[in-house]
Structures are given as C-alpha cells and as structure tokens.
Write a protein that binds this ligand. Structure first.
Ligand code: GDP
Length: 338
C-alpha cells in the first residue's frame, strides 16, 4: 500500500490547490481499505468549511454526441475566463465490462494540460451507488482545492443521470440535430431533469438543420411540466469541434446560478440533496454490513436457491436472513465511511 500522509498534510495540500495531493486524497476516498475509510472521513471533515462555493454542472448525452469534445472546448473556454475547472465522471459501465462508455479521458488532451483544469476519470470497480457516493465526496475535495466549476459527465443511459442530477446545481443535455422525434434514445425522464439543451455538431454549413432542431426541441419542451427552479429550459446550438456556442452556454449557466442564489433555490436544492445523500448512505451502510455478516454469507446461497425454485417466497427468505443478521450482530458501532 502506498504511504499515507497525515490528515493535516492532505488538508493543507488540498486547500493550497496542489493537484497531486488532491488526486491522492480522491484515491483515498475511493479506497475500500478500513484505514483509508477512516482517513477519508477525517480529510472530508477537515475541508468541509471550504466547500460549496463552486457551480456544480452535470453534463449528459448519448455516446457519440460529443461530451468529451464539448468538455474540452467548454472547459478551455472557462479557463480562458480565468476560471478553475474540475471534470469528474460517473460511468456505470466501468464496473461490469471493465471498459467505459465515457472512454479514455486522454481525449481531452488540451484541457488535461491546462494548469487551471483538473480531470479525474470515473472510479472503477464500484457499484453505481458507490460511484455516486465517491463522486459527491470528490466534488467537495475539488471545491476545497479552489475549483470554481465542477463538470460531472455522465452517459445518457441507465440511472446515472438521476444520480448526477442529485449532486449538481445545473443539468445540461447534449443532443444532435436531425435525429427526429425519437429524442435519440434519451428517455423522457431525462428531458424532465434538464436545465438546458445544447444541440451539438452545429458546425458551420450545418446551420439550417440545427436551427430546425433547436425549434423542435423548444416546442417539445413546452409539453413538459415547469422545472423545479421555475426557470425555463433553454435550447441553444454549439459546435464542440469548432469551439462555437460556448459563451451563450456559460451565460445561461451563470444567469441560472445568479437567479437561483438570489431566490434561495440553489441553497434549498443543495439542502435536499444532502438529505438524499444521508438516506442513501444509511441504506448503503446497512446493506454493506448485512452482506459482510458471516452468518448471512453462509446462509444466503441456500435461501437464494429456495426462492429461485419457488419453494419459498422472497418475503419469507428475506425475514429469515434479516433475523439471522440481527441475532448475530455484535453491538459494535458503525464507523463513518463503512
Ligand atoms: P462522447 O461519446 O459523447 O464523449 O463523444 P465524443 O466527444 O467522443 O465525440 C464523438 C465524435 O463526434 C468524435 O469523433 C468527435 O470528434 C465528434 N464531434 C464531437 N463534437 C463535434 C462537433 O461539434 N462537430 C462535429 N462535426 N463532430 C463532433
């Protein structure tokens, strides 16, 4: 195991904006070793007063829509304004397949060389719930390290949007022109979550198709209920490849941030997000402890089999396992990050 430093050393390094220390601290929050969990918890506690000042932006869209290219262009635009930008990812695929839909982040070559940008790939070998928890913590670390904008990238499939929506202030959906009414495989549920839609690949020469798509999406969005923030969803065009349309997108996001800060919606939304995080954490901790229990481990295969064959109802098998768990649990305390 790599040498660990003291809590103070991590906290000091992060607060001074040192990227190596930030990376090492994120590695610790992603680690499942018991010693690291305790250390991670202390580091987070230490930096907590310095968190919360960034704008947290979720970015989604189907594979191939241009998310990486967009983040490269948008991130570079933001650093040109003197902003510091951190890029995190929530990729549900990396666990099962070993590969990732979001792909290799070295594609963001220019941004990764930018001293005002920090790029961290999705944690691997974790459940989606685990990825979400660690990404939330990574957001806090990046904020303490002084990043003004945190971009959290995810894919337009599965539950990952809901998770990213639950940890960000603003949710941007990238779409393509000319893909018809099918919403390009993007589920209706996702359209209900977004704060803005950017029609990408609006390259020069493609203006007409893009203008048509922008109008269509605007019309389609009228059919959706009002957003929780009550701020209308904006639809704009951009070309990540040519780097155009970045300023309007930034204006939408900064206006949104100003309006929601003034109205108190931003703070209220974050309060609700913290409560959701707490609820998820309770479930996750109980679940981990349940499946790590020795008696449960011994019995679970036979209960699975009884349910699979139809001999026993799931409800009954669950009660038996939970009772076994409760009767065998030592009254030892849960520790943070367990
Ligand atoms: P992701 O899977 O959503 O991350 O998409 P990528 O960023 O990897 O982009 C997929 C492909 O679309 C790549 O070949 C990009 O070069 C291309 N691409 C991305 N943005 C644009 C754009 O604005 N215009 C054009 N013409 N191609 C783009």
């Amino acid at each position: 195991m790599r040498q660990r430093l003291s809590v103070e050393t991590y906290a000091k390094g992060i607060l001074s904006g040192d990227r190596t220390t930030l990376s090492r601290a994120i590695t610790i929050i992603e680690s499942s070793l018991a010693g690291d969990r305790a250390l991670a918890s202390q580091i987070l506690q230490n930096i907590l007063p310095h968190t919360g000042k960034s704008i947290r932006i979720g970015i989604t869209g189907v594979p191939g829509v241009g998310k990486s290219t967009f983040i490269e262009a948008f991130g570079s635009y933001l650093t040109s304004l003197g902003k510091r930008v951190a890029v995190l990812a929530v990729d549900p695929s990396s666990k099962q397949s070993g590969g990732s839909i979001l792909g290799d982040k070295t594609r963001m070559e220019k941004l990764s060389r930018d001293p005002n940008a920090y790029i961290r790939p999705s944690p691997t070998n974790l459940s989606l719930g685990g990825v979400a928890r660690h990404t939330r913590e990574a957001i806090l670390l990046c904020e303490a390290a002084g990043y003004d904008l945190i971009l959290v990238e995810t894919v337009g499939v599965g539950q990952s949007e809901t998770l990213v929506k639950g940890m960000t202030d603003f949710f941007l959906l990238l779409m393509l022109a000319g893909a018809g009414d099918e919403l390009q495989g993007i589920k209706k549920g996702i359209m209900e979550m977004v704060d803005a839609v950017a029609v990408n690949k609006a390259d020069s020469g493609n203006e007409r198709a893009v203008a048509k798509a922008v109008t269509e999406y605007r019309q389609a969005l009228h059919l959706f209920p009002e957003t929780a923030s009550k701020i209308p969803v904006q639809v704009v065009a951009c070309s990540a490849l040519e780097g155009t349309g970045m300023a309007p997108i930034w204006n939408i996001i900064s206006d949104y941030h100003a309006q929601t800060s003034a109205s108190g919606y931003l703070q209220e939304n974050r309060r609700l997000q913290r409560i959701d995080w707490l609820r998820e954490q309770i479930l996750q901790s109980l679940e981990d402890r349940f499946y790590e229990n020795e008696l449960v481990k011994q019995r679970i295969a036979s209960e699975d089999e009884a349910v699979r064959s139809g001999e026993k109802l799931p409800d009954e098998a669950a009660s038996d396992l939970i009772n076994l768990f409760l009767s065998s649990e030592q009254p030892s305390k849960f520790s943070a990050k367990s």
